[in-house]
Ligand binder design. Structure first.
Ligand code: MOS
Length: 753
């Protein structure tokens, strides 16, 4: 292990705590559904109990008779409203009340508005709908799916077929990953208030400007007439990046009623009225030399999607670039089913596809009797085999070295089923984590007061990542003030726009914009410092700012207040538009319109990726086959770590989700009806503290000033890539049974003897 690599625990304890941590734990933060509004009416959605068919009749008489019921919206009530447009700002193109057709289970079919939540629930129960039911396909293997190749996402380099056929060692394997549902603690909700033709929407969002643009487009009004407020988000994981159809329906209800209307989706409705991670099937072909070098790598994916939209992730676009193969081939197929459109979930392409690659590598290592870490080293590369571009930085093997050391990988007996502790079979497994570095155009306004107070404003989103804290840290550092002097306003379209909080871009993008605004303020202060002052006649370009003073050299210092006094100013405000290299010229204009221009990954002249290595120990009980995970070690290199405390928390949470993906989570669909079976926290398995052992997070130092001015690679999604494969590989090592699907359950290990 490099001397400078360190376990994050001690460092995290030293790092600034979240500036909004106290507010959160004391319940003082107001989430979108917490705002108190005069005259608020409550709405409850009615959702379909068939997956495919047509509404024949809606009987609202009983519902209208419920005391307190004020209004009911159903199909035909969205006149003059456009259906949503599918894309990064809306997960679906379906306007559920624009049609009598039912295209997925749990589709919104009506909205009941009442004086109280209870009356709205009772009214919703009383709405009677008659359907003409049709057979529906809800899974990849169901009858009636349509398979379409996504030709745009095909990638190939070299003569894959010939090189694969000639390879002395060949693997041809199939993997399967389950559908998962976001189960953020905060429920989905929308609250709409109209005042003189202006609409205010309170809704948890990872994309307030995107939401604004979508709502305005659907309602056919100017975006400037819409304000979206989302100061805190109790978990999004991608689900709150694009808007859902509920928002426009609630806006119409509020306009019709002339009162504010709030709709909180139930936990169950969250499963069907928003997006989810799609089920996949994947085929991996590896043609290798006996020394472990991979000559040909083929990765095909089949992804479940809806009939209405083209959402697929195409994560094989990444896996074919990850190691130094000679020839590659990737094809992706959309499998259309009678489900709502799937969407982003934390590392949308990487979580399923890197699993297949990293498990296949473990299978190759086993077959060639090469240590799995050594196999990664043999195939490590600094060149993308597809584009021939190099990386701005790639610290993959440094991560392997650090994590394997800390984990004690050398204690592993390579033979499967060879390690035991009493009745428990012990297995060690490892896998690569990687996530593309994204950076996007962003704006920020920073106000510096003569009293040393700083206000940072940017419409980014606190989704649990700690973005407020790192933005404040950046301002404190650039303006030489303590962190406690900085306040941060976010999550409101009245603030300067920031990109969607997705693709792990926020820290890099927002911090770069904050840095720019602060540097303008510094520049103004430095140039305003009087020439005859204690700064001497120094060159302003050599000035620094620290501990509330401008400094020239060691002893020449001038307090900030004096600089302000000499300027005759009480405060300075600067607004900055950060546009990363490679972004379109109109990136800022687009940002105001709600469109994020994301760059990075393999788009520029060099590849930008963060890396990690995950090591996992599993224990499988020799008689019951119960699977436990006593410890996980992850080492990560992600450029500048703005805050080891929040970074560690992100990476740890990601690793836990990776473990959960491997062993617990699956959104199950009834194959006969294409309806959701497990749609609450009772039946959908999530890890609890008792499922999680030690999680050790290591930071591998990495300096990369090419990725963006802040030197930051995103890490919000990095931790849950690869962990799932490391668990599967450890299960194999413990038991000798290779399970190629998730979740791995007791029943998969029954015949292991
Ligand atoms: Mo993330 S799934 O890019 O919000």
């Amino acid at each position: 292990m490099d001397d400078t690599t360190r376990s994050s625990r001690g460092e995290a304890d030293m790092a600034p705590p979240r500036i909004d941590g106290r507010l959160k734990v004391t319940g003082a933060c107001r989430y979108a559904a917490d705002f108190r509004l005069r005259g608020l009416a409550h709405a409850v959605m009615v959702t379909s109990d068939i997956a495919r068919g047509r509404i024949e009749a809606v009987d609202m008489d009983a519902a209208r008779a419920v005391p307190g019921v004020l209004d009911i919206l159903s199909h035909g009530d969205m006149e003059g409203v456009n259906p949503p447009g599918f894309g990064t700002s809306s997960f679906t193109s379906l306007g559920p009340l624009h049609t009598q057709d039912i295209v997925h289970d749990g589709q919104i079919v009506a909205l009941v508005v009442a004086e109280s939540y209870e009356a709205a629930c009772e009214g919703a129960e009383a709405v009677a709908i008659t359907y003409a039911r049709e057979p529906a396909a809800g899974t990849l293997s169901a009858d009636g799916v349509e398979v379409e190749e996504d030709e745009d996402s095909a990638v190939s380099t070299g003569d894959f077929d010939a090189i694969f056929a000639d390879a002395p060692v060949q693997l041809d394997l199939e993997y399967h990953t389950a559908s998962e549902t976001h189960n953020a603690i905060e429920l989905f909700s929308t609250t709409c208030v109209w005042e003189e033709g202006r609409l205010t929407v309170y809704e948890p969002s990872q994309n307030v400007f995107g939401f604004r643009g979508q709502i305005a487009a659907q309602l056919g009004i100017e975006p400037g007439l819409v304000r979206v407020i989302s100061p805190y988000v109790g978990g999004g994981f991608g689900s709150k990046g694009p808007i859902t159809p509920r928002t426009a329906i609630v806006a119409v209800a509020a306009r019709r009623l002339g009162r504010p209307v709030r709709c909180v989706a139930t936990r169950m409705q969250g499963y069907t009225t928003t997006s989810y991670r799609a089920e996949t099937r994947q085929r991996v072909r590896i043609g290798a030399h006996r020394d472990g070098r991979i000559a040909a790598f083929g990765h095909d994916g089949w992804e479940l999607t809806s009939r209405t939209d083209d959402y697929i992730t195409g994560g094989n676009d990444l896996t074919v670039r990850l190691y130094g193969y000679d020839a590659v081939c990737a094809r992706t197929y959309a499998v259309r089913t009678d489900r709502q459109t799937p969407g982003y979930m934390r590392s949308p392409p990487e979580t399923p596809y890197v699993f297949a690659l990293e498990t296949a590598l473990d299978e190759l290592a086993e077959k060639l009797r090469i240590d799995p870490v050594a196999l990664r080293r043999i195939n490590d590369t600094d060149i993308d085999p597809v584009s021939r571009k190099t990386y701005t930085s790639r610290s993959l093997m440094q991560c392997y070295d650090a994590a394997s050391d800390a984990f004690g990988w050398s204690r592993r007996n390579p033979a499967p089923r060879s390690m035991r502790d009493g009745e428990w079979l012990v297995g060690f497994g490892c896998a690569t984590a990687t996530y593309p570095t994204h950076v996007a155009a962003a704006t920020a306004r920073v106000r510096f007061g003569a009293d040393g107070s700083v206000l940072v404003e940017s419409a980014s989103h606190e989704i649990g990542t700690g973005i407020r804290t790192v933005a404040a840290q950046m301002a404190a550092e650039r303006l030489g003030v303590p962190l406690s002097s900085v306040s941060v306003a976010m999550g409101d379209t009245d603030l300067p726009p920031a990109p969607v909080s997705g693709g792990s871009n926020s820290t890099a993008s927002v911090c770069s914009a904050v840095m720019q605004a602060c540097d303008r303020i510094r520049d103004r202060l430095f140039r305003a410092a009087p020439a005859d002052s204690r700064l001497g006649n120094g060159d302003p370009d050599s000035f620094r700012i620290k501990d509330g003073a401008v400094r020239a050299g060691e002893n020449r210092i001038l307090g900030i207040e004096e600089v302000f006094r000499s300027m005759g100013a009480g405060m300075i405000e600067e607004y900055a538009e950060f546009v990363p290299a490679g972004a379109p010229d109109d990136a800022i204009r687009k940002l105001y319109d709600g469109k994020t221009s994301m760059v990075g990954e393999y788009m520029g002249s060099k590849l930008m990726y963060a890396f990690g290595a995950i090591f996992v120990e599993v224990r499988v009980h020799s008689r019951t086959r119960e699977i436990r995970v006593p410890r996980m070690t992850g080492a990560f290199a992600a450029g500048r770590i703005m805050n080891p405390r929040t970074a560690r928390s992100q990476l740890m949470g990601g690793m836990i989700w990776g473990m959960s993906c491997a062993l617990l989570e699956e959104t199950q669909i009834d194959p006969h009806t294409a309806r959701y079976v497990n749609r609450d926290l009772q039946d959908y398995l999530l890890p609890v503290n008792a499922d999680i052992g030690e999680v050790d997070v290591l930071f591998v130092p990495e300096e990369d000033n090419e990725v963006n001015p802040a030197g930051v690679k995103g890490l919000g999604e990095l931790g849950n890539v690869g962990t799932n494969a490391a668990v599967a590989n450890a299960v194999y090592h413990a038991t000798g049974k290779r399970v190629r699907h998730f979740p791995i359950r007791i029943e998969d290990l029954l015949e292991t003897g």
